[in-house]
Design a protein around this ligand. Structure first.
Ligand code: PPS
Length: 362
């Protein structure tokens, strides 16, 4: 069992936590010889961690003060044990259902716009899922194949440079090299009520055949208790929020609702943070707006790879990419939660974030 991160901590504690918990045992977690033996060791460690029923059909494991879907615990620990970040890397961090897919598409378009103009018919986002263009770090570590060691896969990535990777991992459990390398981290949060409703729909859609979902009311209670994927969600956001204040050049804090409200403005801010500000000429040509349009729900939904393609085809949990695109609205929680539930969750989140200056409810 890991050490719970301190809510008031603004300094990245990953290195010291790794030493204390011993979950860096697979120094060779990524190399060919040690893999997948190292994964087996991480799986043994993961299965020894405290567990609890989750919000959908899967069990959660607790590590470092956060709850992880069971199948992602070992890959997350393995990534932490061996991933070596580069200064040029871009890491996108979210709690599930906060707009990860959208942020992946936007970041890819911004970073690679020199090579792929957002209006071009051959743009990669019109042929591939954002999740294939910007993989989750943990997905690389889910591979059981001895032939493809995660470190080699990650080293071979990408063409084109820089690497853009996504994580749901709490800041305090990221590989230490993320902070040490100085690479940029973009965090996207969303109103917890909408994220919860979105999560429930998603979990229901992707649940393995024959499995049953935790009832809605029970799942809501778990959420309010801090039990959610990579949650407590307020703690997850607070860690990144504090880091974005302490190290604004490395960590940027974004909101789903702001992206909806001012897409082009948000994309311009994102581009600046990523060291690729739009030129006056690009602004005059409407490039930020073109990126917003390319990554819009409507456009993304119409792409065949997003409609019929599969996510996680190489892993044990595979489902259709269409599960990542539902409504994409702000305030959809009103269709699924009572006012009393909303007030309860808002109250819990407000209380937990007291003194941080952060508010998550929209
Ligand atoms: S995941 O599984 O964590 O990667 O899911 P994530 O992408 O974070 O969240 C899915 C929700 O984001 C909505 N979505 C979008 N909103 C706006 N624009 C675009 N392009 C977009 N793409 C996905 C998606 O519909 C889910 O939200 P809900 O509320 O369920 O519609």
């Amino acid at each position: 069992m890991g050490i719970a991160p301190s809510p008031s901590c603004t300094v990245h504690p990953a290195t010291s936590i790794a030493r204390r918990t011993g979950d860096d045992m697979g120094a060779n977690a990524g190399d060919g010889e040690g893999w997948p033996n190292a994964l087996a060791k991480y799986e043994a460690l993961a299965s020894s961690l405290p567990s609890r029923k989750g919000l959908g059909s899967a069990l959660y494991r607790r590590h470092g003060g956060f709850w992880y879907p069971e199948h992602l615990m070992a890959p997350t620990l393995a990534a932490r044990g061996s991933f070596v970040a580069r200064p040029s890397d871009v890491i996108l961090a979210t709690i599930p259902k906060s707009g990860t897919t959208w942020l992946k598409a936007l970041s890819f378009s911004v970073v690679h716009r020199g090579r792929h103009a957002p209006g071009s018919p051959g743009h990669p986002l019109l042929g591939s899922s954002p999740h294939d263009l910007v993989p989750f770090l943990h997905s690389t570590y889910e591979s059981r194949s001895a032939a493809v060691a995660p470190v080699d896969l990650l080293e071979a990535m990408p063409s084109p440079s820089p690497r853009i990777l996504a994580v749901h991992t709490p800041l305090s459990s990221l590989p230490a090299s993320v902070r040490e390398s100085g690479c940029r981290v973009v965090y996207l949060c969303r109103d917890p009520k909408d994220a919860f409703v979105s999560l429930r729909h998603y979990l229901d859609e992707i649940k393995p055949e024959g499995s049953t979902m935790t009832p809605f009311a029970e799942a809501f209670e778990l959420l309010c208790d801090g039990v959610s994927p990579f949650g407590p969600m307020w703690e997850h956001a607070a860690e990144y929020w504090k880091e974005s204040l302490a190290r604004p050049e490395q960590v940027m804090f974004l909101r789903y609702e702001s992206l909806k409200e001012d897409g082009a403005g948000s994309v311009r801010t994102l581009a600046g943070f990523l060291g690729r500000p739009f030129t006056d000429d690009e602004v005059a040509r409407g490039v930020p707006e073109a990126i917003v349009e390319l990554c819009s729900m409507q456009r993304m939904r119409s792409v065949e790879a997003n409609r019929d393609g599969k996510h996680g085809a190489a892993t044990s949990w595979s489902f259709k990419n269409s599960a990542f695109f539902r409504k994409g609205e702000v305030g959809d929680w009103k269709e699924h939660m009572t006012e009393a539930m909303a007030q309860r969750l808002d109250g819990v989140v407000k209380e937990k974030l007291r003194g941080t200056g952060l508010s998550l409810s929209h």
